[in-house]
Design a protein around this ligand. Structure first.
Ligand code: NAD
Ligand code: UFG
Length: 335
């Protein structure tokens, strides 16, 4: 009896694989490695002493997805597989809608055919659009500013409809805020292709000398220091949230939504200063114009996950900065 992690070779999936294996669960990873490396399996094994089963498969391929369920007894699925680059989704919307919607629908159909009913979905705070913080699970959704965000919104709608039609289904939608950090071993971490879009990998690549300087996108937001505020969450805390969600799925039916965040906002300048002081390394930076589509302030209400899942983020901003740097400095060019 195994948990299937679709996209489990990626950043969040690999940390979740470690958490599940350490909790004594059997894990099957299915990934097409379009944004990850099979080398992550060696690293997961080095950390846990266990090697998850690996299936090289595109989850949009119905036959390949079906074969996973024929060869393994899958009791629950965590669906990480998806494309996630906001800017690329604007350039290539059809690719994003096809890959993200098709992989979710294919997995759900195959699960139905095999009587597997527990599904945890990687959604995103982006579904809240520009609603004011703190964001609650019942805050209005929609109004996404890019196709990536709409894929998350649409998959949430698909899952709500599927649960309404089948009372035996058990679905948890996890809306992640801003995952950063890495496993404390420095063996697994975030490994973006090309120029990073996100703040933390950009900071670590500047600190390690791969990029000259960080550009802070605007210092004229209505925030305490003028720079954007986000709810950064350590990826190991996030991974543990999936364990809690799977336990919840096993004990409940229906569709439940949880934010996974800390409930605290941190500004870009605060992040840069904390990174520099914790790691004793310089992050040269300049102030540039705002980035189109960015919001001033995004942070979660983290109360529901604590109350209903018994989960809350434990790690500090200093932990996030230390572990991101540990990963980057040990793996300056990724895997
Ligand atoms: P990631 O790119 O590191 O991992 C996604 C994995 O899915 C990759 O290994 C990729 O190769 C795989 N994949 C993509 N399409 C596939 C397909 N059709 N078949 C098989 N494998 C496929 O991304 P991540 O940061 O680990 O994110 C995991 C999930 O969480 C994604 O769905 C993402 O949208 C969501 N999410 C991420 C963030 C974030 O900031 N990292 C925030 C909110 C939500
Ligand atoms: N930032 C910079 N310079 C950079 C990169 C980012 O100043 O080089 C700033 C941004 O303006 C923002 C903050 O750092 O204020 C965080 O930016 P990220 O790109 O790291 O994260 P976002 O909050 O913009 O986006 C993230 C995910 C999206 C997801 C969204 C949900 O990348 O996939 O959270 O809220 F949709």
């Amino acid at each position: 009896m195994s948990i299937l992690l679709s996209g489990g070779a990626g950043y969040i999936g690999s940390h979740t694989a470690v958490a599940l294996l350490q909790a004594g669960q059997d894990v099957v990873i299915a990934d097409n490695f379009c944004n990850s490396s099979p080398k992550v399996l060696d690293r997961i094994e080095a950390i846990t002493g266990k090697r998850p089963a690996l299936i090289d498969a595109d989850l949009c391929d119905r036959e390949a997805a079906d074969a996973i369920f024929r060869s393994h007894t899958i009791t629950g699925v965590v669906h990480f597989a998806g494309l996630k680059a906001v800017g690329e989704s604007v350039q290539k919307p059809l690719l994003y809608y096809r890959n993200n919607l098709d992989s979710a629908l294919t997995l759900l159909e195959v699960m139905q055919a095999h009587g597997c009913r527990q599904f945890v979905f990687s959604s995103s705070a982006t579904v809240y659009g520009d609603q004011p913080a703190p964001l609650h699970e019942d805050s209005p959704t929609g109004g996404c500013s890019n196709p990536y965000g709409w894929t998350k919104f649409m998959i949430e709608q698909i899952l709500l409809s599927a649960c309404a039609a089948d009372p035996a289904l058990s679905v948890v939608l996890l809306r992640y805020f801003n995952p950063v950090g890495a496993h404390e071993s420095g063996l697994i971490g975030e490994n973006p292709n090309g120029i990073p879009n996100n703040l933390m990998p950009y900071i670590t690549q500047v600190a390690v000398g791969r990029r000259e300087k960080l550009t802070i996108f605007g210092n004229d937001y209505p925030t305490p220091d003028g720079t954007g505020v986000r709810d950064y969450i350590h990826v190991v805390d996030l991974a543990n949230g999936h364990l809690a969600a799977l336990n919840y799925c096993a004990a409940h039916t229906g569709c439940e939504i949880f934010n996974l965040g800390t409930g605290h906002g941190v500004s870009v300048l605060e992040m840069v200063e904390t990174f520099e002081s914790v790691n004793h390394v310089a992050v040269p930076h300049v102030i540039g114009p705002r980035r189109a589509g960015d919001l001033a302030t995004v942070y979660a209400s983290a109360e529901k996950a604590e109350r209903m899942l018994g989960w809350k983020a434990e790690k500090t901003l200093a932990d996030m900065c230390r572990d991101s740097w540990n990963w980057q400095s040990k793996n300056p060019n990724g895997y």
